[in-house]
Design a protein around this ligand. Structure first.
Ligand code: ATP
Length: 317
């Protein structure tokens, strides 16, 4: 089967990356080069499996996408975006893409393997995270977000299912298929024209910001709103906005209708309150140099920002 229409081979060819021991720069891999292990996760148009390179023993997460399904579910642009975006990113808080290849029926992305699973499962298993655990995880997410926003990118589908843990317990952002690239790349604070209204929206109901629902211009504020929802979910065990249907969830989001749990510390309440501001421009960190203000928030008073990745992360459940 050829590549889906709109994709060319250069967009999905083997591309060994730095920090990876493959020698031949343009060597093409096949799925037979790998011993496939357990399924790490299933997405709407992909399956991700643990894969060991037979000759070197190196382990990857192989994201396998069925070409027919990619076409049928209209996900070609997601695949292209994820490939393009991951190729340009290099940060400890972002899942690394090492190579890509395709065969008759599938497209493959060779990703850094995050054996610790999804942040979602850590919250599920622990019920709620402590303030210290939440502060450390949030700090790692913030560092990664500051980096991707600095690259002129908005993730647009930030949620605990798309935040993965390494086996040693550090966090990595994943699933860049919905990412929006700001233009010009130098100015991350400019706004993007709203996209044409469609019956669906990009993102996930519980984490979508009010301005996205009302087709206002997209800014990095959309990711900061999602971050507010995730901080809340880590501390409370469930996201702030959840209805019995997507429609009801949207109503709650637009009305900013949520309950601040009394067990939240004043610092946690203040942080959530400032991230979940209905006005995206007033969200903490949504203005130039805003990340300094976010990092200086009292919720992070015990976080050593300069040593984040050297600190012992929360124990995996
Ligand atoms: P979605 O339906 O959310 O758009 P998708 O088809 O884009 O999904 P991903 O979200 O990238 O697929 O991956 C699906 C799941 O596979 C993730 O939620 C996660 O559990 C697992 N997964 C993805 N990448 C990795 C990785 N690098 N290491 C370990 N597990 C991973």
């Amino acid at each position: 089967m050829p590549l889906p229409e709109g994709m060319d081979a250069s967009e999905i060819k083997a591309k060994p990356r730095r920090k990876f021991s493959f020698r031949a720069p343009q060597q093409s891999y096949t799925v037979n080069d790998f011993e496939l292990g357990k399924v790490l996760g299933v997405g709407s148009y992909s399956k991700v499996v643990r894969a060991r390179k037979k000759d070197t023993g190196e382990v990857f997460a192989l994201k396998i996408m069925d070409k027919r399904r990619v076409i049928k579910e209209n996900k070609i642009s997601n695949v292209k975006t994820e490939r393009l975006v991951l190729d340009q990113l290099d940060h400890p808080g972002v899942v690394q893409l090492f190579f890509t290849f395709h065969d008759a029926h599938h497209l493959y992305l060779g990703l850094e393997c995050c054996d610790g699973g999804e942040l979602f499962y850590q919250i599920m298993k622990k019920g709620r995270l402590s303030v210290d655990e939440t502060a450390l995880y949030t700090a790692e997410i913030i560092e990664a977000l500051e980096y991707i926003h600095g690259q002129g990118l908005i993730h647009r589908d930030l949620k605990p299912e798309n935040i993965l843990l390494t086996s040693d317990g550090h966090l990595k952002l994943a699933d860049f298929g919905s990412t929006k690239m700001l233009k010009p790349l130098q100015d991350v604070f400019i706004q993007i024209e709203p996209e044409a209204r469609t019956s669906t929206f990009i993102g996930t109901a519980e984490y979508v910001s009010p301005e996205v629902l009302t087709s206002h211009p997209l800014t990095i504020g959309a990711d900061l709103w999602a971050l507010g929802c995730i901080v809340y979910q880590m501390l409370e065990g469930k996201p702030p906005f959840r209805g019995t249907s997507e429609y009801i969830t949207f109503q709650k989001v637009m009305a900013r209708e949520f309950m601040m749990p009394p067990h939240f510390t004043p610092e946690a309440q203040d942080l959530v309150d400032h991230l979940l501001d209905l006005d995206p421009e007033r969200r903490i960190a949504a203005v130039p140099m805003g990340y300094d203000a976010l990092k200086a928030h009292p919720f992070f008073s015990r976080v050593k920002w300069s040593q984040l990745r050297e600190l012992t992360p929360p124990r995996l459940a």
